[in-house]
Design a protein around this ligand. Sequence first.
Ligand code: FPP
Length: 253
Amino acid sequence: MTRLEKKISELDKTRIPVHVAMIMDGNGRWAKSHGFVRSDGHAEGVSTVHRVTKLSSDLGIKYLTLYAFSTENWHRPKEEVDTLMYLIGWAIERELPELLANNVKINLIGDIERIPEDARQRLFYARNATAHCTGLQLNMCLSYSSRWEITEAVRKIASQAALGKLNPEDISEETISDNLTTAGIPDPDLLIRTGGEYRISNYLLWQIAYSELYFTPALWPDFSDEDYLDAILDFQHRERRFGMTSDQVQNNI
Ligand code: FPP
């Protein structure tokens, strides 16, 4: 039995997280440490996206949400932004046959209109082509930030109220969830950040209220299947209390 197979056998198959979110950090440092340019790190990072998608699908995870490009990433040097956009469009096109074969549904989250035309068309094509898929849903966050999303939600809710279609007294947590880009998707059970930083970086701030957080020093291109399984095994050993006491959770009160 390989180490990977051993870790898979240690998993509690009844407690696989439904929704895993990831902050894919460390591509730049990986490239630097190998004497490459930053964009080479992003290109290498695509292989990790391929692996984590496959493993998530094989494990029966229902939603995988990847922070592929943040609103703040637009401020990076133009050359790096252009390469990332090219890579995203190229990768989605190249991966499409395997995504279809694995029944993976692509969902796009963020201010997608800002994505350059060429990459945007490829993303839309992949989303349409996989719309019927019923396996893993791969949520790609592109030109996304949580504060942007919450601001948009507040605008939508406020305009409904201004039109008299919504009574401010009736605004609930559900109203807010329903107006986020993740409407209809259960909140992440587990958030993994690679790259050794302990930050959330404007990612899914509303949705991760009760998510388990896992930080690993592995740089994204180095994040292996074993690392991913370690994160899930760690998650399975935690007690999720959602603000209750341990006794209440254990006695199902
Ligand atoms: C952060 O590393 C990573 C990104 C900003 C981009 C992530 C993109 C990919 C992995 C490739 C394309 C994605 C898809 C979904 C096909 P960093 O550059 O901030 O690394 P650093 O902290 O070491 O500088």
